[in-house]
Write a protein that binds this ligand. Structure first.
Ligand code: PLP
Length: 393
């Protein structure tokens, strides 16, 4: 008998429950349209909010960086030395975010697992929104701190939980996603900061879906709420609106200095490639030159969400370009997504356990890369599919 029989059984169980995920294969760059499993389809599922993943200036910067620095970093930054463009990117991101200092990591995931366990440990309490991203959850687990989940976006619940734990905690940290990726709602950051300040709790926000989307020129949620200087720690990703790859932490210089000495993903895993780093620098430059892509993204989102609502669809509680089309039943959502694909649209269905049971949906991700004709095409196909499946009657 195979030593991995237990995994075959697990995979079988996933298939039986309809939870087995068949990953589609992309055969072109990310854009408004792309080639998926050999078929050209409208892209409503990537986080390429600004269309930067295939942007000529970013690609040019990456090519130049390869000529100048080669393809690989050689070793971790703390041993083989940091490349000068890493420092340039960190400086640029700190300025863009109006933050004192920045450290760049390999991904948003590793940024969370770099900062959380490095600054918290046994005896500390982390308050974490119940819908926070998996990388925050893993960062919390690695810290060995007590993790107290509070009800989603519920600041009264957060306050009660802080009061319950404040006398026994050594240090306290509250962490929230800035924009929640399944519903597109925004964390009530001003209220979180107010409660945190009342009790001396450090505030950390993971702005993965807010960067390039919220705030002035896409500076993110902290800028959006005019809370610069009041949110101690921001985590970001370069893989969504920025269109590249990588993660970062911005915050006080003393925090960033400490992460350079002690954060394990920084010390024990090589840094970003020169190509990724240069492309990320170019992404910030393009954003600083013009906020046109950010405006276009929001225009597209408003147009598409209005069209869906007029057709009778329920787009949930979104406040951002993340557009859930609520269908309820998991099988219905999955059938809806398959039909859309046959009609030339790639939009993923999302169901339990990623979202609660009975809240299955198609999640549409809007982009500045979409044209009005693209969105009209999508609206037409959504309505057509709904008729065929007897949704909206
Ligand atoms: C996508 C995401 C991440 C992970 O970012 P990567 O750069 O892809 O590793 C982290 N946190 C949140 C909230 C995210 O949405």
């Amino acid at each position: 008998m195979s030593k991995f029989e237990f995994l075959s059984e697990e995979l079988g169980a996933l298939r039986d429950q309809g939870l087995f995920n068949t990953i589609r294969t992309i055969g072109s760059p990310q854009g408004a349209w792309f080639v998926v499993d050999g078929q050209k389809v409208l892209n409503l599922c990537s986080n390429n909010y600004l269309g930067f993943a295939d942007h000529p200036e970013l690609k040019e910067a990456a090519k130049k960086a390869i000529d100048e620095y080669g393809v690989g970093p050689g070793a971790v930054r703390s041993i083989a030395g940091t490349q000068s463009i890493h420092l340039e990117l960190e400086k640029k991101l700190a300025e863009f975010k109006h933050a004192p200092a920045c450290i760049v990591l390999q991904s948003g995931f590793s940024a969370n697992t770099a900062v959380i366990p490095t600054i918290t440990g046994r005896g500390d309490v982390i308050f974490s929104d119940e819908l926070n991203h998996a990388s925050i959850i893993d960062g919390c687990r690695l810290s060995r701190a007590d993790v107290v989940r509070y009800a989603h976006n519920d600041v009264a619940d957060l306050r009660n939980k802080i009061i319950e734990h404040k006398d026994s905690a050594r240090r306290m940290l509250v962490i929230t996603d800035g924009v929640f990726s399944m519903d597109g709602d925004i964390a009530p950051l001003p209220d979180i900061v107010e409660v945190a300040d009342e009790f001396g709790v450090i505030v950390m926000v993971d702005d993965a879906h807010g960067e390039g989307v919220l705030g002035d020129s896409g500076r993110g949620i902290v800028n959006h709420f005019k809370l610069e200087g009041k949110v101690e720690i921001e985590v970001g990703t370069l893989s969504k609106a920025f269109g590249v790859m990588g993660g970062f932490v911005t915050g006080p210089k003393v925090l960033i200095d400490y992460l350079r000495q002690r954060a394990r993903p920084f010390l024990f895993s090589s840094g970003l490639t020169a190509a990724d780093t240069a492309a990320a620098i170019a992404a910030v430059d393009v954003l600083l030159e013009s906020d046109e892509p950010v405006k276009k993204l929001w225009d597209n989102a408003a147009y598409f969400q209005k069209g869906l609502k007029e057709a009778g669809f329920d787009t949930g509680v979104t406040q951002t370009p993340i557009t859930p089309v609520m269908l309820g039943d998991a099988k219905l959502a999955s059938d809806f997504s398959k039909k859309l694909f046959q009609k030339g649209i790639f939009a993923q269905s999302i169901s339990y356990p990623t979202v609660p049971r009975g809240k299955a949906r198609i999640r549409c991700m809007l982009s500045a890369a979409h044209s009005r004709e693209d969105l009209d095409f999508a609206l037409e196909k959504f309505a057509e599919t709904a008729r065929e499946l007897g949704v909206l009657s």
